[in-house]
Design a protein around this ligand. Sequence first.
Ligand code: SAM
Length: 245
Amino acid sequence: MADGSRGELVRQVQEALEAQGVMLETEVWRGLEVYDRRLVERNREVNLTAVTDAEGVYWKHFYDSLVVLGLPEVPQAGSLVDVGTGAGFPGLVLALARPDFSVSLLDALRKRVWFLEEVCGELGLTRVRVVHGRAEEYGRRPGWRESFDIATARAVAEMSVLAELLLPFVRVGGVAVAWKGPDVKEELEGARGAIRRLGGEVEAVHMYELPHGMGGRSVVIVRKISATPKEYPRRPGVPEKRPLT
Ligand code: SAM
């Protein structure tokens, strides 16, 4: 993409974010540009994302990750774990945007973790920890369990499975934030029992549209109101095989 049209794209995304109350320093946009270039380049060798055109990356990955910073339930500082981060969405984008977040990026796929280590090194993001592993294991570890202000996940699992993967990481009083499609209502109804059992309570569901017909999205905010019972998360693979009801 020519520099002029990239500049115009960045301006549009910036404007849309500002309309949602999300302001970013110039430095952040520079970091996102480096991230975009490295993502597209490495995606030729490793399967990182299906979205590689600049419009797609800026709206579907960057804007979509950042828009939550305008939500009243999402703190602007603290510790954040992004579960099933893949190529770093939303966790690495949020780390770039907010220097006061200390961020852990967790993924079960080693090749994606290598990519994230490379980008974090290039961007000098020393407050980002990149870890290869499964949420079911890390959610039980001291130093990880009930240790985060925010646990995020996008496109990882359906809501009741996600509750079991995310809520063990969240300290009581913190939030789990799940990115979902526009038809989240039914999925959420089916997950209410699981969320309650794991110590959470649905606090808000925010709906929004990506521009240029890219589709509707939702963000579900679950507040942690009591400790997660010791037996959760269950062994790797079990939450998905036998979702809690
Ligand atoms: N969150 C990224 C995004 O929105 O682009 C990646 C989504 S990708 C479809 C799902 C990712 O979740 C994969 O990289 C996969 O390895 C990871 N994942 C799935 N289950 C996981 C688990 N139990 N623990 C850790 N990572 C997991």
